[in-house]
Design a protein around this ligand. Structure first.
Ligand code: GDP
Length: 363
């Protein structure tokens, strides 16, 4: 039987010759890319940074964060050239669990710092960014007032990579910020893992933000973090939370008495404040200033910075060795093979490790 669609009156149903599909990528984009970002030379980067040019500083930090070898080598040269202009800042590490009020507090601390004509950089080490590829810390939107201040530079955590790698990048960013004239540096981290140790190893003062709880708040805190703290501040001491905050203050103070006096010779203080209502902000910063004066006087300030420089030298060596090892194609192949042998109980973990290492050293 004839198909009715083929009759004259249904001609419109025939498929006409079409037009070719548009490319999904704009062909002019490549040309645009060429003009989008000026590529600076090492000396242009250095000059821009030393002049305090925030755009150039931001782009140099992007190079530090890049995994590309050519970016890394430019970044290293820039860092090297900026080094003589660094070191003249006060670096403060801030940690606290999510919700403790870190961003609210840093916004308030930052505005306080800017009042005395200082320039502030806020950086972050966010261990979760490895998973989320984004970062929950150091985000501009979290520090509303600070983010529009021209004397504040806010940079989220470098994302992805090992904690060691992320921390090294933040430390290198500190160097560039100092060269750009930022004389107050805050490095923020979440108080949930290894990242506090990384932050502690790059700051002069380590501040722990706590909340008043039900009286047993000490239980949730790792002893190690408390021992690292040069000061503990209890946030949200406002409204009907003031009494609870004071109680927590004495709990913490008593707990700290049980620890030996830190190497700095400074007995850590515990203060209450409200980041949101801006109560007690001056006192927090006064404590930090007093600490800095104290450790500069007894020379612990330089001692700690030197120890940190040495630590970072070794960290960088470790990190490079590790990535060189794991990126070696021969190692990657052998790792899989030996893993299987271990799983099949045909070889001990130690013998397998030693064989893979031999492959690396002999390759
Ligand atoms: P972060 O996750 O540590 O950065 O914490 P945020 O700064 O985002 O604060 C978490 C919540 O606590 C937000 O809803 C803030 O508004 C609130 N908050 C922060 N500081 C204070 C404070 O001093 N008092 C009160 N009452 N609430 C605060």
């Amino acid at each position: 039987m004839e198909h009715i669609e083929n009759e004259e009156q249904f001609q419109g149903l025939r498929v006409n010759k079409g037009i070719s599909e548009q490319p999904t990528v704009n062909p002019y984009l490549n040309n645009y890319k060429k003009f989008k970002r000026k590529v600076y030379t090492v000396s242009e980067y250095v000059e821009g940074i030393l002049k305090g040019n925030i755009t150039i500083l931001g782009q140099a930090v992007t190079l530090i964060e890049s995994f590309r070898q050519d970016h890394q080598s430019i970044a290293q040269e820039v860092i090297e050239k900026c080094l003589p202009y660094t070191g003249n800042s006060i670096r403060v590490g801030i940690t606290g669990v999510p919700g403790a009020g870190k961003s609210t507090s840093i916004d308030a601390f930052g505005m306080h710092i800017l009042k005395s004509n200082n320039k502030l950089a806020v950086l972050a080490i966010d261990p979760s960014s490895e998973v989320t590829k984004g970062s929950i810390l150091g985000d501009k939107t979290r520090m509303e007032r600070l983010s529009v201040e021209k004397n504040a530079f806010i940079r989220p955590s470098p994302s992805a990579g090992s904690l060691g790698g992320v921390a090294r990048k933040t430390r290198e960013t500190i160097i560039l910020c100092e060269a750009a004239g930022f004389d107050r540096i805050i490095v923020e981290t979440v108080g949930v893992g290894q990242s506090e140790t990384a932050v502690h190893s790059m700051v002069d003062f380590f501040l722990l933000i706590q909340l008043a709880g039900t009286g047993d708040e000490l239980q949730g805190i790792k002893r190690g973090i408390m021992e690292m703290a040069d000061g503990i501040i209890i946030n949200k001491a406002d409204g009907n939370n003031i009494e609870k905050a004071r109680l927590a203050q004495s709990h913490f103070q008593n707990a700290l008495h049980l620890f030996p006096l830190p190497e700095s010779g400074w007995a850590p203080q515990v203060l209450t404040y409200s980041g949101y209502y801006e109560i007690g902000i001056d006192e927090v910063w006064k404590m930090i200033d007093e600490y800095i004066a104290f450790v500069k006087e007894n020379k612990y300030f330089d001692y700690r910075r030197n120890a940190q420089s040495k630590f970072w030298m070794h960290e960088t060596i470790n990190e490079r060795l590790k990535s060189n090892f794991y990126n070696n194609p021969q190692v990657q192949k052998e790792l899989k093979r030996y893993e299987q042998l271990v799983l099949d109980s045909q070889m001990s973990s130690f013998a397998a490790a030693s064989n893979v290492l031999d492959t690396y050293f002999n390759s």
